[in-house]
Design a binder for this molecule. Sequence first.
Ligand SMILES: *Cc1c(COP(=O)(O)O)cnc(C)c1O
Length: 409
Amino acid sequence: MGDREAGQTGRQQGMATQAIHAGEIHDPSGAHIAPIYQTSTFTFADMTAVEDWTAGKTQALIYSRAGNPSRAALATKLAALENHGAGTAEDGATAEIFASGMAAISAALMGSAKAGNHILTQQVLYGSADHLISDVLPEYGITNHRIPWLDPEELEQQLEMNPNTSVVYLETPANPTLRVIDIEVTADIAHAHGARLIVDNTFATPVLQRPLQLGADVVVHSTTKYINGHGTVIGGAVVSTDRDFMDTEISALMRFTGGVPSAIDCWLTNLGLKTLPLRMERHCATAMKVATFLEDHPSVAATHYPGLSSHPQHEIARRQMAAAGAMLAFDLGSYDAATNFLDKLQICALAVSLGNVDTLVEHPASMTHRVVPPEERAASGITDGLIRISVGLEDAEDIIGDLANALES
Ligand SMILES: *Cc1c(COP(=O)(O)O)cnc(C)c1O
């Protein structure tokens, strides 16, 4: 960081520039692209170097579970992007990279909630985060309560009734119905009751939404999705401006629970992240065209996309997001209609996951959200006719052509 980041004019670099240059390692060999530090351990020159390190006079790389340059490069770049527009590097964000989004989410929650603490969160969450909070953490004495969409009044009430709440956890836009939650309002309420707000920013990415600047204390990512963008790696990240939390809780959980990523996965994710601002621009523009096409189509009963003025939280989305993202959902009215449609697609792939250059389409009721009990699915808008699309980077005309063809029957 430092001078290079600030640029010659003192003006903060643009996001596309940061995405390409922040955190990059310039290897002594002169290699323009950093090598992959594919090593488990690091050598000391001699015992004097060991003594200086143990005396705290120098920092050293020791062992790749504790730290690796390929991981540090990615962490620096992602932290710079989540901190974009928020002043200097000194009071900026830091990040830690994990082997999966779930490892990152586990660390963020375990670092913030201890036995006897309580977590407040929305009803429908990313499936594995849901299991972690509902089934795993209670066994360690961490309870939870769900508030359908973290409605502010209900959140206030719950925080008053449960003063042991240490975390409010949210996803916005939420999976799969693209419901938008106001981060600033939620942060203010959480803070008034001494709770930390953790936001899963996987769907929006720092290009569209920077929760730390809206008052969130911690951001978590599945870097598997847009951050990497090419579908080659499972990974995750925790980002925060709370240095103490990062340096004590998160760094200890990283080392002592050990969910560390490999150097090559970090290297690939770093490579993908370089084009995130450019990719998001096209992802969003194409998603808007796809959403408009679906909303106008007679076979589509409902289209859920925060960029449409018909979306119930369109105004919140406009306030807290730079653009509406590239995830959308639409309803074909029945399971049979959804099945017929999905079986006819030629370009769009039938697959879970999201944020890839390829368009991915899935059926939440039988794929990502099959474990949600039917009553809860119905209450949350996850109908049998609902289809979720992660709009990719193919030509908009080809994506829409594929959808149009599959809708004809
Ligand atoms: C995929 C995803 C996760 C989990 O991340 P993994 O990398 O699969 O462990 C968490 N939250 C959201 C919103 C996701 O899409």
